[in-house]
Design a protein around this ligand. Structure first.
Ligand SMILES: *Cc1c(COP(=O)(O)O)cnc(C)c1O
Length: 335
């Protein structure tokens, strides 16, 4: 599978280059040249497969031949070995037709572990293969940073730098990041909001010469490898539910990564009907869908800091699927 940018000026990119990329050079986000449809998988037999097996089946076409089957099996195993449940996530019945998908059984209790543990293992194997070392920089509203620190601590050939907004993350998250002893990890507290942290990261990435020189790498939810890691739990959850029933997912949303993974899961044939955006006071997406205008408001500090975001980066990917024209996407994003 080859990748291109949502803004159309970069194309023919292989997974190994997408894996280590943040934004595309034209400012867009990477997406498959053609997103596969339901013909790719036999989702009906997923009900007999384990989480790890579904991960291998679902992610393989997106990865292509960069990892061979045995390698990828080992990557999945290493990524999910330290989860506290064999199913990796648990589907709990709340009432008839109302279920809760528990995504907090990873090492840092955030759903971010699903993607972060996976890409850390992918990076490790890939870097050995291409004999390279990288510098990762990531902005966090709390959970991503903690998950990244846990996933990348003490890995070879990788330095991790995390920026978090001062006083806007929980005390537990702060400690998860700042009390890990690993020489390859540096944490910065920034006077500002998550969007300010994100802007700093984006600014550094926009210096293409510097980024190349230090092999700067992104692991924010705009990283495509994170998205496809998250597609797996939608496929897994759906496979545990009566296939006669269409499933709606209601998804707490910030940067639009998690819900976009649900959208990809739906596209590739998972039995999903509606995807419902849940927001807090920072409701840029709700406003966009009700008014048709995507515009920034101030960032409100709430009890769900991972959703205290006014710029939902992955939303551009949805625009790509809606407009099907990179020029329109670029124009809309600039406006
Ligand atoms: C990351 C996160 C979100 C937001 O997810 P996005 O993929 O950014 O939309 C919501 N809730 C929690 C607890 C999170 O960790």
């Amino acid at each position: 599978m080859l990748y291109k940018s949502t803004r159309g000026k970069t194309g023919n990119i292989h997974f190994k280059d997408v894996l280590f990329s943040g934004l595309a050079p034209d400012g867009g986000l990477y997406i498959p040249e053609k997103l596969p449809g339901p013909e790719l998988f036999n989702v009906s037999n997923f009900s007999e497969k384990t989480y790890d097996e579904i991960a291998q089946i679902v992610m393989k076409p997106f990865i292509g031949s960069f990892f061979d089957n045995d390698q990828f099996k080992q990557i999945t195993k290493n990524a999910y070995n330290n989860f506290k449940t064999n199913n990796r996530c648990e589907l709990i019945s709340l009432s008839q037709d109302h279920l809760l998908l528990e995504l907090f059984h990873g090492p840092t209790y955030a759903f971010k572990d699903f993607a972060m543990q996976m890409i850390a293992q992918m990076f490790q194997v890939a870097l050995k293969k291409i004999k390279k070392s990288i510098n990762i920089i990531v902005a966090t509203s709390g959970d991503t940073g903690a998950a990244a620190v846990n996933a990348f601590k003490n890995l070879e050939n990788i330095n991790l730098y995390v920026l978090y907004p001062n006083n806007r993350i929980s005390e537990i998250q702060r400690r998860q990041m700042t009390t890990v002893e690993a020489s390859n990890i540096t944490i910065f507290s920034v006077d500002g909001t998550f969007d300010d942290c994100q802007l700093l990261v984006k600014t550094i990435f926009s210096d293409v010469t510097l980024s190349k020189k230090i092999s700067l790498t992104g692991v924010n939810s705009i990283n495509w490898a994170r998205i496809i890691s998250q597609v797996v739990y939608y496929c897994f959850a759906a496979s545990r539910i009566d296939p006669q029933k269409k499933i709606d997912f209601c998804i707490p949303t910030g940067n639009f990564g998690n819900i976009y993974a649900g959208y990809v899961a739906k596209k590739i044939g998972t039995n999903i009907d509606k995807l419902i955006i849940a927001t807090n006071l920072n409701d840029i997406l709700h406003r966009t869908f009700t008014t048709g205008r995507y515009f920034k408001d101030k960032v409100y500090k709430t009890h769900s800091p991972s959703m205290d975001i006014q710029v939902s980066s992955n939303f551009e990917r949805l625009l790509h699927h809606i407009y099907k024209n990179p020029k329109t996407v670029e124009k809309q994003m600039e406006q």
